[in-house]
Design a binder for this molecule. Structure first.
Ligand code: HEM
Length: 487
């Protein structure tokens, strides 16, 4: 303990009481206060801090140099123990696993997001975004409403169809137990995540038995849903195999059947054996979670920002009409999306201002040596927990002047974001987001279609970011919408 204290003596930190450390601060943290407090401590103490909670050493970093070295490291890949809260739901899926298991799965999953496969997904993005646009018509009255539930169901339809080849028709169904379960479970987990006591399964069960039961119920709903999706796809694949390879090939050529992630998992071999159903299930659950909650957050924040910046909206609309034209029945291609340069800057700026994963964490298995941070070089001892605050880097005036301003033009010179770790909405290095390109295409498609059809109006309350694992808003995403005249 004395050595660990000495190792981080160069770093500032909050006042820590003997034995309990900064427990008093930790128990006051909750999803609503986390962002505001971490920003406050960064201003007061600096971008790299240490805190003791009991005998746990926690390093909180918004320091770009420090984070860059940690994110790029091939050695420090183990996630913070708090992620294990998601374990009952996501098992050993890509987000949570580490070591050999993670490397094997990453190798299987990365090629799934290859350009040629993403290209096939475009049709789904296009069709489901159109359904979302249609559903929004009932809200195009110029009155205040929350856009989040509309986006959420569209994102759920998209991920189900592209990752698993199964239509869940969440947008058409009246009641979607799965989407509701994801939202409720994520909020419950986020609340537990903020409480040092509730993070422990036993203490949670003892202090909140009814919530524990609810959590089990929600996880069961989600697992049953995923298992059902896997079953349907397996049956469809088997039926096609029975029908013969010629039909399979004909359908692939005819474009009826597209390769989806689940196919890759069903056909994958690890050390010469096929993946078991439970293993497939945890990867599917991970993609369903990571692939719809994050994009929902991104699209909702982006629509809200656009509604508050008419000049940005006008510029976007001009570009969208120039590239896509006004024919709503024309399919949108990869080339079209690539040409929407300004829309891309708008998305990047919204991901900067409101990164869907506002913080990410690691647990060090070995010492981590760093150099040139704001506090110079040093060693963080093995066993420490590190929390990298992406929100902090993105909203730091040293890296982004006037960070509170929404200025898509910041991203017009492309060299900046690709090389500089101060902008890392998808993290960076070996554990970066596998779905990054997928996400950007989906977001672009949704925004282009919505903005082409509707004028977004600055009505209702401002967003209030809360860390519900994924960044959401406590006030929802309030705005108004009005149908545009046919251009
Ligand atoms: C705007 C949308 C998205 C954002 C901002 C985002 C952000 C991130 C970030 C920051 C991480 C690193 C997490 C960590 O280190 O703990 C991550 C990991 C991951 N993301 Fe995304 N993500 C998005 C969309 C997606 C989509 C659409 C998918 C899949 C369809 C996806 C799948 C994953 C997976 C599987 C991982 C774990 C990768 C690993 O550890 O090897 N994400 N994402």
């Amino acid at each position: 303990q004395r050595d660990r204290r000495a190792a981080v003596a160069n770093l500032p930190g909050p006042f820590c009481l003997p034995l309990v450390g900064a427990w008093h601060l930790a128990i006051n943290m909750n999803p609503k206060t986390l962002i505001e407090r971490s920003q406050k401590y960064f201003r007061q103490l600096g971008k790299l801090q240490r805190a003791w909670v009991l005998n746990r050493l926690l390093i909180v970093s918004g320091d770009v140099e420090f984070n860059e070295q940690l994110m790029s490291s091939q050695e420090h890949l183990v996630k913070h123990p708090v992620y294990k809260l998601l374990g009952q739901w996501l098992g050993n899926g890509l987000l949570l696993s580490d070591g050999k298991l993670w490397r094997q799965r990453r190798k299987i999953i990365t090629p799934t997001f290859h350009f040629s496969i993403l290209e096939q997904f475009l049709e789904v993005f296009d069709q489901q975004s159109s359904v979302c646009v249609q559903r929004l018509e009932q809200r195009a009255t110029g009155e205040i409403f929350d856009v989040y539930p509309y986006v959420c169901l569209a994102a759920l339809d998209i991920i189900s169809e592209t990752a698993m080849g199964t239509k869940v028709n969440a947008q058409q169904a009246e009641n979607t137990p799965y989407a509701n379960a994801v939202t409720e479970c994520t909020a419950l987990m986020a609340w537990r995540l903020m409480s040092v006591i509730q993070q422990k399964e036993l203490l949670f069960t003892l202090t909140h038995p009814h919530l524990k039961l609810r959590q089990m119920q929600l996880i069961r709903i989600m697992h049953e849903f995923t298992a059902q999706v896997i079953k349907q796809r397996r049956q469809a694949l088997e039926a096609m195999q029975v029908a013969g390879t010629e039909q399979l090939e004909a359908e692939e050529v005819g474009g009826k059947r597209r390769m989806v992630l689940l196919d890759v998992l069903l056909q994958a071999r690890v050390d010469g054996r096929a993946l078991r159903d439970e293993e497939i299930c945890e990867e599917v659950d991970t993609l369903m979670f990571e692939g719809h909650d994050t994009t929902t957050s991104a699209i909702s924040f982006c629509l809200w920002c656009i509604s508050r910046h008419p000049e940005v909206q006008a510029k976007m609309l001009a570009e969208i009409l120039e590239v896509l034209g006004s024919d709503r029945s024309r399919a949108i291609s990869m080339r079209d999306l690539a040409q929407l340069k300004y829309v891309e800057c708008v998305i990047k700026e919204s991901l900067r201002r409101y990164p869907p994963l506002a913080l990410i964490g690691r647990k060090l298995q070995t010492d981590f040596k760093y150099t040139h941070s704001k506090f110079g070089a040093g060693v963080i001892p093995a066993g420490s927990e590190i929390c990298m605050i992406i929100y902090g880097m993105h909203n730091d005036p040293d890296y982004f002047p006037e960070p509170h301003l929404f200025k898509p033009e910041r991203h017009e010179s492309s060299e900046r974001s690709s090389t500089n770790f101060s902008y890392a909405p998808f993290s960076a290095g070996p554990r970066n987001c596998v779905g990054q390109k997928y996400a950007l295409l989906e977001i672009k498609m949704m925004l282009a279609k919505i903005v082409r059809e509707y004028e977004l109006l600055p009505l209702g309350e401002p967003v209030q970011p809360v860390v519900n694992i994924v960044l959401r808003s406590d006030t929802g995403f309030q705005m108004g919408m009005r149908k545009r005249g046919q251009q």
